[in-house]
Design a protein around this ligand. Structure first.
Ligand code: CO
Length: 134
């Protein structure tokens, strides 16, 4: 059911510095920063030939990633995102198999203007998983 790895998200303490490192040190193509108020984050996407890296920084103090950054001051891998063709069908199938969907269980619009959902990390081996409908 899950398809391609859409991106790996990394929370960073300094978005401009992390963007510069990916662009100048690692030589990758990076996007402009994008604020996502519904998710409480600012994102920069790093384009790789086979996937993307999503650099995440809290947009406000109550951001879901603010606590993560407090616990991981130098940053860290936050989630992986798998593509699905039908997010509601995927959600219903996973819920029927006992996986927990975070939030109110309904997809939100993510960084690529596509519907996304997050699955409870305790149900997937300690990894926060995002599903994105492509
Ligand atoms: Co993501």
């Amino acid at each position: 059911m899950i398809g391609r790895l859409n991106h790996v998200a990394i929370v960073v303490p300094d978005l401009a510095a992390a963007t510069a490192t990916y662009r100048d040190t690692l030589g990758a193509r990076v996007s402009d920063p994008l604020d996502l108020p519904a998710h409480g984050v600012t994102t920069v996407f790093v384009e790789l030939p086979n996937t993307k890296i999503e650099l995440l920084h809290p947009l406000r103090a109550d951001s879901p990633v603010a606590k993560f950054l407090a616990n991981n001051p130098s940053g860290g891998i936050h989630h992986v995102c798998y593509e699905v063709e039908d997010i509601l069908a995927a959600r219903d199938r996973l819920k029927a198999q006992g996986l927990r969907v975070l939030g109110d269980g309904n997809p939100k619009i993510g960084a690529h203007d596509k519907p996304v959902l997050f699955l409870h990390p305790k149900d997937l081996f300690g990894t926060l998983v995002e599903l994105e409908q492509i």
